[in-house]
Design a protein around this ligand. Structure first.
Ligand code: TMP
Length: 202
């Protein structure tokens, strides 16, 4: 089996995917792999600047359409400056979110914008991860956890519980639509149980 080298974690806000991305990076490093752990929006200096614009302020600061453009701009910079150079150097890339987040958060929450998301993705990104872990979790528990962090980057948590429930269904639909790439992980367990489940898939 070929070892996947571009691995992403996806899920609703507060699903624990950042912790799992970090734990997988640590696990792979312990196996001797050269790993970079990165995130979206962000992962390069320019994309981190765009992150601030997207995650702070009122829920109506940007329309879903404008968000598609900003997230894709950030992703393009992340890809050019961080992901592609690392892969070319034979490193393993573990990213906390990638294009699936745009498919769900922008493509399937405030109207059906999926065709626009897909068009821009094929025009400007054109790259999929080798493997994606989708951490599935109860939205009410996840939202509580996300808001308790008081990170100051709560713009999407502020859309409320029905929004998180819509997101959950969007991620489940993605997992079912692309089973060759996406692995659905039950996030309603301890961090250790989830981490060993993730590692077992590799
Ligand atoms: P996180 O660092 O907690 O994952 O926060 C990133 C937020 O940005 C999260 O609420 C999901 C949202 N997001 C999108 O709406 N679209 C995207 O394409 C990405 C990468 C993130």
């Amino acid at each position: 089996m070929i070892q996947p080298r571009f691995i992403t974690f996806e899920g609703i806000d507060g699903s624990g995917k950042s912790t799992q991305a970090r734990r997988l990076a640590d696990y792979l490093r312990a196996q001797g792999a050269d790993v970079i752990l990165t995130r979206e929006p962000g992962g390069s200096p320019g994309a981190e600047e765009i992150r601030q614009l997207l995650l702070t302020g009122d829920t109506d600061r940007w329309s879903a359409e404008t968000e598609i453009l900003l997230f894709t701009a950030a992703r393009r910079d992340h890809l050019e400056k961080t992901i592609l150079p690392a892969l070319a150097d034979d490193k393993t890339v573990v990213s906390d979110r990638f294009a699936d987040s745009t498919r769900v958060y922008q493509g399937a929450t405030r109207g059906d914008l999926r065709a626009k998301v897909d068009a821009l993705h094929s025009l400007m990104i054109g790259r999929e991860p080798d493997l994606t872990f989708i951490i599935d979790m109860d939205p009410a528990t996840a939202l509580q956890r996300g808001l308790a962090r008081k990170s100051g980057e709560d713009r999407f948590e502020d859309f409320g519980l029905p929004f998180q429930e819509t997101l959950r269904h969007g991620f489940l639909a993605l997992a079912h639509a692309d089973p060759a790439r996406c692995v659905l992980i039950d996030g309603n367990r301890t961090m250790d149980q989830i981490a060993s489940d993730v590692a077992a898939h590799l």
